[in-house]
Design a protein around this ligand. Sequence first.
Ligand code: APR
Length: 417
Amino acid sequence: MRTTVAIIGAGPAGLLLARLLHRAGVDCVVLEARDRAYVERRQRAGMLEQGAADVLRECGAGDRLDREGLVHRGFELRFEGEAHRVDLPSLTGGRTVTLYPQTEVVKDLIALQLADGPPLLFGARVVAVEKTDGEQPLIRFVTEEPDGTDRTDGTDGTDGAEGPSGPAGPAGPERTLECEYVAGCDGSYGASRRALPPGAVRMHARTYPYSWLGILADVAPSSDELLLAGHERGFALHSMRTPALSRLYIQVPNGTSPGDWPDDRIWDELDVRLAAGGWRLQRGPVLTKSVSGLRSQVIEPMRHGRLLLAGDAAHIVPPSAAKGLNLAFGDVVTMARAFTHWHRSGSTSLIDRYSDNCLRRVWQAQAFSHEMTTLLHTPPGADAYDRAMQLTRLRRLTGPTAAAAELAENYAGAPLI
Ligand code: APR
């Protein structure tokens, strides 16, 4: 097999890149280790910045998003028993965010690609990415028949933490794909990271001293907007998956098992941490319960030779500011623009600037996600001084200040096109 750009991974990054390149007339192929059902069922992020939603619309993948997505014009920060609403349009010149599950984004992009191209091979697990220093990188992959095992790991995977894409079933013969460039969109455990020679990149990493216990509950949300609570007992988040399903999280110590928290204990803790005025949280049957860690990672540069990394393959952010999916989109818009420029002009100038152009946005999102995490979570051993620092910063962010505008700008994100 042969193509111009080999895309590894059919998550949001790989699928959007394929769509953008296909529309620009750049030949590409997507290789995805898992089967379609697994990829479409994987619960992950759920909030699109204005820029990400606009990219989906622009590339023809916005119809269901516009019909079913929940447009949010603000969110609340809650602390000291008070609710502080942050209005996005008035602080950002009109921008909003849209809640639309990542599973639905993936389904929409897969449906478009299967109908219109480019080739999308499921069950194609890349085992090696070679010759990225040369002119003709080589991808080695094996095709695996889904063995029917239900691999929904039930986790929300909010930080994208998914183990290595292990074999799905009996592996067929090894096949090869020749290409001119490789787009590593295969997440933080993929083959692309393994293809980076030792010393070729710097890895910045941070693991936070707490985790999130997340539940999906069969009850209508108790608020139309996201509620983020920075309680001294710990963080809590009220979100929603659909108008009938609530998604809620509480900070728990690292090493917590979902079994440590019976449903009633979770609801009681959510009541305490989200309390504000007379607001009441509606309870309902808990459908899924999972614990995931919070971590940050950045790989610099996001390129080695003819291998360019995007999305979770290049960086991980803690879920506190819902930046993972939006960062992945920003990377592939930049990458698609670079490959298209090269395809049409022969110039590699944008490819050569790809990593620097992405990293400015990546570090901005890292800084914002880090601030929202440390501001709203209570680390082990925190004392009254630490709490005073948090409250002082929270009061500035929710007052009529420039800090509030910066918060809204970071939350709503910058335009991508
Ligand atoms: N060969 C082929 N495909 C692979 C391989 C491999 N060796 N390793 C991993 N993959 C596939 C995975 O099965 C997955 O479908 O790559 C895809 C990577 O998708 P994501 O993990 O969703 O990463 P990305 O597209 O960058 O999207 C980032 O997902 O993890 C969340 O919070 C994160 O919302 C953000 C988004």
